[in-house]
Design a protein. Structure first.
Length: 448
């Protein structure tokens, strides 16, 4: 099923991203974990052993391109099918066409873009044709297929996870666009390395965005000279105007990246919501991945707040999920919500300190045996060796706890978690002290 065209479409130039679409695996950028030498998907393609599959990944990482390359490599008919514009009637029409091809010995690859948009009935319409091999279904989705694709259909497809392109991958694509005859190879373009990397950083792993932006900035560059001597100059200002960004873009793997996340972290730690929001905005407007910031805030919630306000972790995780669901620019308000909450929450690093001290002891005492009375005894031999003997089940006691010791003998009396008097942790401190006093009294009574 091919897309219908008007009489005038052939006169319209194709977008740069379409003109540069790779036709072979050698030209394909990124996804080396799948199509690198010796990797599983490459072996399946080269051995012509392709079966139905789902490509799961963010926009602009090559899902459609990879499906086209597979069709070319396996000499199969390629049908591009959109879940947005097609219904069951169109599905049946395409299936009949594929069935006819199969009877003549021809393979049909049916590529379904945004397969998660199909409802259950539409997805079920594919099942019989996938089962009998009338089609090789390749579905593309930006959503988790475990939730968005029917289990019956999903069980008949292998899922491949495509990752965002690295900045270097995209930089290579832009350099190719500059020299290729299908790109701007016949133009005289004056653009610096820094400007190319600005566009690569802005794209945030999306090749389509990168090439579309690149095309826009060149078409809007400053033209000097005439005829064969004409030169298109692209400046940082041109790029800023085209992407509506200031000169805040920075190398996400460089020093400024770590400087800014450090500034956000320390502003929240110092209970300064204004500074926290400013540094947050600096990163987001520079093209930083919102999920990276959200992950750091999740860490902060336990590292710097912890038991002083356990609700902080809920807020941080909810902000991460919101960023995942809706992305930029909408999720900026959720990150702001989280950053302000973290800045205003009472602070305690007691949980972080507790783990660091316990980790040091654990690393030095990796062979320290677990006390026999808190070991499980799933076999008769273990029971005979004393596993679980003397264990006291806390729920059997009125106080819902016992004086039983749980640390190794060599660490008896060691304290890792030392609560502060900040926020709700002050109440937990009182509770912990009461528990310790009660247990010590019980042990003293037993000793007497």
């Amino acid at each position: 099923m091919s897309t219908q065209m008007s009489l005038f479409d052939k006169d319209l130039p194709q977008p740069l991203a379409e003109r540069l679409r790779p036709k072979t695996l050698e030209d394909f950028a990124g996804q080396q974990h799948l199509i690198g030498e010796g990797k599983i998907l490459r072996r399946l393609i080269e051995s012509d052993n392709i079966s139905s599959m789902i490509f799961w990944g963010p926009p602009g990482v090559g899902k459609t391109t990879l499906a086209r390359i597979i069709a070319n490599k396996t000499k199969a008919k390629f049908i591009n099918f959109s879940a947005v514009t097609s219904g069951i009637k169109e599905i049946r029409q395409v299936m009949q066409e594929a069935e006819a091809n199969r009877q003549f010995g021809d393979k049909t690859i049916l590529f379904v873009d945004e397969i998660h948009r199909f409802n259950k009935a539409q997805q079920d319409a594919f099942l019989p044709f996938v089962e009998k091999g009338a089609i090789i279904l390749i579905g593309a989705t930006t959503e988790n297929p475990s939730f968005e694709v029917n289990s019956a259909l999903l069980s008949r497809c292998k899922v491949f996870v495509l990752q965002p392109l690295s900045e270097e991958d995209i930089y290579g694509l832009l350099k190719r666009a500059l020299t290729s005859s299908e790109g701007f190879g016949t133009w005289k373009v004056d653009i610096g390395e820094e400007e190319i990397r600005m566009i690569a950083a802005f794209a945030n792993g999306d090749a389509r965005t990168a090439l579309s932006t690149f095309e826009m900035v060149i078409l809007n560059g400053d033209l000097t000279g005439e005829g064969a001597d004409a030169v298109t100059k692209v400046t940082k200002e041109t790029i800023e105007q085209c992407i509506s960004k200031k000169s805040l873009l920075y190398d996400k793997n460089g020093e400024e990246h770590y400087n800014l996340i450090s500034a956000l972290h320390k502003s929240m730690r110092n209970s300064d919501p204004d500074a926290a929001v400013y540094w947050l905005a600096r990163m987001l407007e520079a093209g930083e991945d919102p999920l990276y910031i959200a992950r750091r805030i999740v860490r902060f919630a336990s590292e710097d707040i912890g038991m002083a306000d356990s609700r902080a972790l809920d807020v941080a995780v909810a902000a991460y999920q919101a960023c995942h669901f809706i992305g930029m620019p909408e999720c900026s308000v959720h990150l702001t919500h989280a950053a302000v909450y973290m800045a205003l929450a009472p602070k305690s690093n007691a949980c972080d300190v507790a783990y660091m001290e316990a980790r040091r002891d654990a690393q030095q005492m990796l062979a320290e045996p677990v006390p026999l009375h808190i070991r499980n005894a799933p076999t008769k031999l273990m029971d005979e060796l004393g596993y679980g003997h003397g264990y006291q089940y806390a729920h059997d006691y009125e106080e819902k706890m016992t004086a039983m010791r749980c640390l190794p003998d060599s660490l008896e009396g060691k304290e890792y978690y030392r609560p502060t008097d900040q926020g709700l942790e002050a109440k937990y401190a009182e509770r912990l002290q009461a528990i310790k006093d009660w247990k010590e009294a019980q042990r003293e009574r037993i000793r007497k």
